[in-house]
Design a protein around this ligand. Structure first.
Ligand code: NIG
Ligand code: FE
Length: 416
């Protein structure tokens, strides 16, 4: 396999001989860097690094690619721990409806929203769904994402949920970047079960879950814990069932109202609890005694004009916080993690170092990828970003509309 050497790096960012699994509280502001550095990758992994002043030179040129990174930063790539990027069609007409005064809930109540996407997905062939989703995956890699979680939840029937999860598996099998799959059958109650939530829950528990487990299609189980969707009690049942099949819980919680999602997630040992617009001080206390990663999805809060989750307060309380994109057609039609970093800084008052850790180390933890990604550490996968010529890390979230990703490296190989 080829070897890669990157030399004359202006700043090598997030460098640890031994990386922490996650960063909490004050430690989120730490970002160890080496100025004027070199980095060597072998067998697709990070091998060695150092200062150019101590650069040992090249003794073996065989199969070696050399990149000159003068003026550029080298970063561990972004890890996006919450997306719905497998979907069919788009929902820009609902976007216009919301501009004209309808709420997200009103649109959902008249059959739009998640049910609109479910209708589109059910009539889309698996191959077509794969092609649309592959294009989105390619797009986010170009924007610097080097590992992603993708949820089902726009199928809402056994056949269509399986179709989504098979598409996620096909995306994983492209072997571009690590892809984790989450079963989100409990995303909404489909039209054919209107007024019969229990019937749909039975379908999830008795039919979908066993089939998904049999085919090994999911790593995680999720639910939309929200009024008019699934209660804390429903969520608990779904999580207990999922755990019996080896699926780890992660949860959509407290997005549109306070629904005791955080409490349920913590009690069920969820690895991540996401959204958090209606998170209370009592919830922050619950999170302090857990290993659940609080995850903010700034794209959705921005796009739906929701109150901002208390990310700053959480960090000041000593908690870890992750930021992910929630890339989906209804509430966050963007998977651009650099933009999420800008929102983290501008709207949530994270400093650039905290924001960077929130989209790398902490999201990697929430996907069980803490030993593989999230920092420049020997033995970790060489999935890296080379920036364009920029003055500092802070310039990334500052220049919020500029494409500053010059080169993406996956498994030690130049991607674009
Ligand atoms: O994470 N909150 C629930 N699910 C998605 C939105 C789904 C949709 O509107 O299509 C979210 O925001
Ligand atoms: Fe989501």
């Amino acid at each position: 396999m080829k070897k890669l050497l990157i030399k004359n790096i202006k700043t090598l960012v997030s460098v640890y001989e031994k990386a922490p699994a996650k960063l909490s509280g004050k430690a989120m502001a730490q970002l160890p860097c080496i100025e004027n550095a070199w980095l060597a990758c072998e067998e697709g992994k990070i091998a060695e690094y150092g200062s150019m002043e101590d650069f040992p030179g090249i003794s073996d040129w065989k199969d070696l690619q050399v990149l000159d990174a003068t003026g550029k930063l080298v970063l561990p790539g972004f890890v996006d721990s919450h997306t719905h990027l497998v979907y069919a069609g788009n929902r820009e007409t609902e976007f216009v409806d919301r501009i004209n005064g309808l709420s997200y809930e009103e649109i959902a109540a008249r059959g739009g929203g998640i049910l609109n996407s479910a209708q589109n997905l059910r009539t889309c062939s698996e191959d077509e769904l794969f092609e649309q989703s592959k294009q989105r995956l390619r797009e986010i890699i170009t924007q610097g994402t080097v590992a992603v979680e993708i949820k089902s939840g726009y199928g809402l029937s056994t056949e269509s949920e399986l179709k989504m999860l098979r598409v996620i598996r096909r995306l994983r099998d492209l072997n571009w970047i690590p892809v984790k799959a989450t079963f989100l059958g409990a995303h909404a109650i489909p039209v054919e079960f209107k007024g019969n939530k229990q019937g749909y829950l039975n379908l999830i528990l008795d039919e979908m879950l066993p089939q998904i487990a049999k085919e090994g299609l999911a790593d995680y189980i999720d639910a939309f814990c929200e009024s008019n969707y699934f209660s804390a009690e429903d969520t608990r049942k779904i999580f207990e069932a999922g755990k019996k099949y080896g699926l780890t819980p992660r949860l959509h919680a407290e997005q549109l109202s306070h629904s005791n999602g955080i409490k349920t997630a913590v009690e069920c040992g969820a690895i991540s609890v996401d959204h958090l617009e209606f998170c209370t001080d009592a919830d922050i206390e619950l999170l302090k005694n857990s290993s659940t990663m609080p995850t903010v999805l700034p794209g959705a809060a921005f796009f739906l004009n929701l109150p901002l989750p208390p990310a700053r307060k959480m960090i000041d309380a000593g908690l870890p916080v992750a930021f992910a994109s929630d890339y989906n057609p209804g509430s966050s039609p963007s998977g651009n993690m650099k933009l999420m970093m800008s929102m983290a800084c501008v709207q949530y008052k994270l400093n650039p170092e905290e924001a960077f850790n929130a989209v790398t180390i902490n999201t990697a933890y929430s996907l069980g990828l803490e030993n593989e990604l999230g920092s420049i550490t020997p033995g970790k996968r060489a999935n890296l970003i080379l920036t364009k010529n920029i003055p500092s890390l802070g310039f990334l979230p500052y220049a919020f509309g500029s494409d500053l990703i010059d080169t993406v490296i996956l498994n030690g190989t130049v991607w674009n």
